[in-house]
Structure formats: C-alpha cells, structure tokens
Design a protein around this ligand. Structure first.
Ligand SMILES: [Zn+2]
Length: 214
C-alpha cells in the first residue's frame, strides 16, 4: 500500500447526499435532501480506504459459471460421439471455449471484490461509498453505494502497521454489514473508533458545538 490516501477528517460542507447522491453543494445545513428527503446535519466524517463489498459474485455470474461447468461436463460425456464422427478438433474447440469463458467469468468477478480505493463518507446512521477512480464506479452498484446502519452495530478497529487499520462493523446477530481497510494513523485509532461509534448510533446530530479535532 504505497499510495498515500488522506487521513480521516470531518467535513462540514457535504458535497453529496449520502442516501441518493444528489449534490448538496451550496445548501445551508441542516438541510433535507430535495431529492430523497433525507435529513443532513452537514457533518460528514470522511475516511479513505478499500471497503469489502458484499455479494461480489452477482447471481447472474454465478448462474453463468454453473451453466458453463454443466455444459462442459455434458460435452465430456459426448466425447465418444465426436471421436466417432471424426470431429475431435470441434470437440477441443468447443470445450476450450467453454473453459476459457468460465475462467474469464471467475477472474473478472473476483477483481471488484476488494480492489477499489474508496472515499467512505460516514454520516449519521450510514456510510456512503464513492470510488476514487471513475472507472471503478461500476463495481459498486446502487444498493451497495449506501450502507445504512441499524444502530446496534459494534465497531472494531485493528491497526495494521502505522498508517492503516482494519475496520469491522458487526451486528449482534453476527452479520457484518461493513468491513474495510482504512487509512488511519495509529495514534488516531481511538478517536476514529469513537467517532464512527457515535455516527452508527446517530448521535452526532445532537452534538453541540464544534466537531472534535485531533
Ligand atoms: Zn438524497
């Protein structure tokens, strides 16, 4: 991880509605999103890193892989027929294509799972994921772009080296709605954990005065 990403920081000027992506630039806070009605206090805690996206293997991809594997298997049963018809070359061609297609589906499916550096915008009761590279935007679908917290998640932060940490949110039932490797200097880990914990429970909206500084 040689690229330098910004350290976690508060942003007073929310650029985007975390719920729908609508631009809030120029609006005074607190504001209700004109597009979706979500209330914004204007405070966003911005963290950079690489989130783990849920259900990286999309259902259609999984179905295609299964169909291709089944097809290859059925074709193998017909090997004798192809040989009898003196069409061994055709058999090799078809099975080669099927295997290559299967490998391509598996390889391209895995790439988006953990790859893209994102800006993670923590707001009250949710986190908004924005890929830093435009061409990575397609890896995060609309339903994955915003992860809403139920408020009972417990955040844990495990420092990795001096500048990175592994953030994990777990619900009481054991599910993990959010995981990410994030840019976080070791000395700020406690502060960051407290901030995220506060946002999970949606308490920052009631906070008075200036946001906490390091
Ligand atoms: Zn909105």
């Amino acid at each position: 991880m040689t690229t330098h990403l910004p350290d976690p920081q508060w942003s007073e000027a929310a650029a985007l509605c975390p719920a729908c992506g609508y631009s809030l630039t120029g609006l005074a806070f607190p504001v209700t999103c004109p597009e979706c009605g979500q209330l914004h206090t204007g405070r966003q805690f911005i963290v950079h890193g690489v989130p783990s996206i849920r259900s990286a293997t999309k259902p259609w991809r999984l179905a295609a892989i299964i169909i291709l594997c089944t097809g290859s298997f059925c074709l193998l049963q017909a090997l004798g027929f192809f040989l009898a018809m003196n069409l061994g070359w055709l058999f090799l061609f078809i099975i080669g294509t099927l295997i290559l297609a299967t490998i391509a589906l598996i390889v391209t499916g895995g790439r988006g799972r953990n790859g893209s550096k994102c800006r993670m915008i923590f707001v009250d009761r949710g986190v908004y994921l924005t890929p830093l590279k435009i061409d990575a935007a397609k890896e995060i679908s609309a339903d994955q772009g915003f992860i809403r917290f139920s408020g009972d998640e417990r955040a844990t932060l495990t420092p990795v080296g001096t500048a990175w940490a592994h953030l994990r949110l777990a619900r009481p039932d054991g599910t993990v709605p959010f995981r990410a490797g994030i840019r976080c200097p070791r000395e700020r880990a406690d502060e960051l954990l407290a901030t995220i914990d506060e946002l999970i429970r949606g308490r920052s909206a009631n906070a008075t005065g200036a946001p906490p500084t390091a």
